[in-house]
Design a protein around this ligand. Structure first.
Ligand SMILES: Nc1ncnc2c1ncn2[C@@H]1O[C@H](COP(=O)(O)OP(=O)(O)O)[C@@H](O)[C@H]1O
Ligand SMILES: [Mg+2]
Length: 329
């Protein structure tokens, strides 16, 4: 039976990759949506299947998706955007009869708060010491430099190296900063998919050789049991069901430890798919209640990325009030 799937965030690299993956399946009918009519991924699907949605922060966002579920008789809703995920996960019942392909609200809120995340994952033995800036941080006997970043940051905004104790004591207290052991080693992103029982089916580590606007645009996958097991342990600790991108970095002893978890599809998805783990397709099966394999192997492979223009008739361009990304900045 054909399932009808809506993918939102069609303008982002993750949205485009998810749409492309799902279009390869003959048993899925794909609808593509974004808040911006200029979002490229919208034009990957037939004109009858293109949709505009309000911004994820808008009060009408969830009701609008819920109306779309009824009008388009959707079975599954996949969002590739953080703010949308939070809004949807808190009100997933309103999407019935469609299913929301997202981790639980608890998993999302832990992942999006780097202090809660470090606390929740402490038992894995793979977290850097992490405390709130201020009295808690001053009380610790750190090895300097240390690292500070917003507990709810994204896209590397507000990050800083703290060279000494004087700088630590001078950190602002109104930015929700956390202070962490400095991790001088290599950084990896591990794309993880866990099944309905929270069992990890695949954990694919990759390097971020080149990064553009926070998205890895070139890199390679690597077989490394330590990275794979660490990411899987983190996924278990936060109760992940579905996809997340676990970022790890090597500490002063060379051990891989947790930087953060992005509880959504990564923009570098085409690399992970090419390595043998078609995460969007697995996520669709998972949330449609279909059986998944218990584990999937991947191979080492590399990717680079170039831009491509998609030509459409002027009257085909959907007219939206909202420009993409502006609100995110
Ligand atoms: N403890 C740390 N030690 C060294 N570098 C860090 C540390 N934490 C973060 N960074 C650097 O800052 C970047 C952004 O931090 P991250 O935790 O990934 O937050 P976000 O991507 O949400 O801004 C990382 O990619 C890494 O380069
Ligand atoms: Mg990051």
């Amino acid at each position: 039976m054909t399932a009808r799937v809506l993918v939102t965030g069609a303008g982002g690299p993750a949205g485009v990759a998810v749409i492309r993956s799902l279009l390869r399946r003959s048993d899925l009918e794909v609808f593509a949506a974004d808040m911006d009519g200029w979002a490229s991924g919208i034009y990957l699907v037939p004109s009858t299947h293109r949709r505009l949605v309000p911004p994820g922060r808008d009060e009408d966002f969830v009701p609008a998706i819920s109306r779309m579920v009824a009008e388009d008789r959707l079975d599954l809703v996949i969002s590739t955007v953080d703010v949308e995920l939070i809004a949807l996960a808190g009100r997933r019942d309103e999407l019935a009869p469609a299913v929301l392909a997202a981790p639980s609200q608890d998993t999302l809120s832990v992942a999006l708060d780097k202090l809660l995340l470090a606390e929740r994952c402490e038992a894995t033995g793979r977290t850097p010491r992490t405390v709130l800036a201020g009295a808690d941080a001053v009380a610790v006997d750190w090895e300097f430099p240390v690292f500070a970043k917003p507990r709810q940051g994204a896209g590397s905004r507000g990050i800083r190296l703290v060279p000494d104790r004087a700088a630590l004591e001078a950190l602002p207290l109104d930015e929700g900063l956390i202070v962490q052991d400095y991790l001088p080693g290599e950084e990896y992103s591990v794309d993880v998919i866990a099944d309905a029982a929270g069992e990890v089916i695949a954990a694919v580590p990759r390097t971020r050789a080149r990064v553009d606007s926070g998205v890895a645009i070139a890199g390679r996958t690597v077989h490394d049991p330590e990275l794979e097991e660490t990411a899987a342990a983190v996924a278990k600790a936060i109760g992940l069901v579905g996809v997340a991108n676990v970022q790890l970095r090597r500490d002063r002893e060379g051990r891989a430890v947790l930087l953060e978890v992005n509880p959504r599809f990564p923009g570098a998805l085409p690399l992970t798919i090419a390595a043998g783990v078609d995460i969007p397709s697995l996520v669709a099966d998972l949330f449609l209640g279909r059986e998944l394999p218990s584990s999937i192997a991947f191979r080492e492979i590399a990717s680079v990325r170039f831009l491509e223009d998609v030509i459409v008739e002027v009257d085909e361009v959907l007219v939206s009030e909202h420009a993409g990304h502006q609100e995110e900045l």
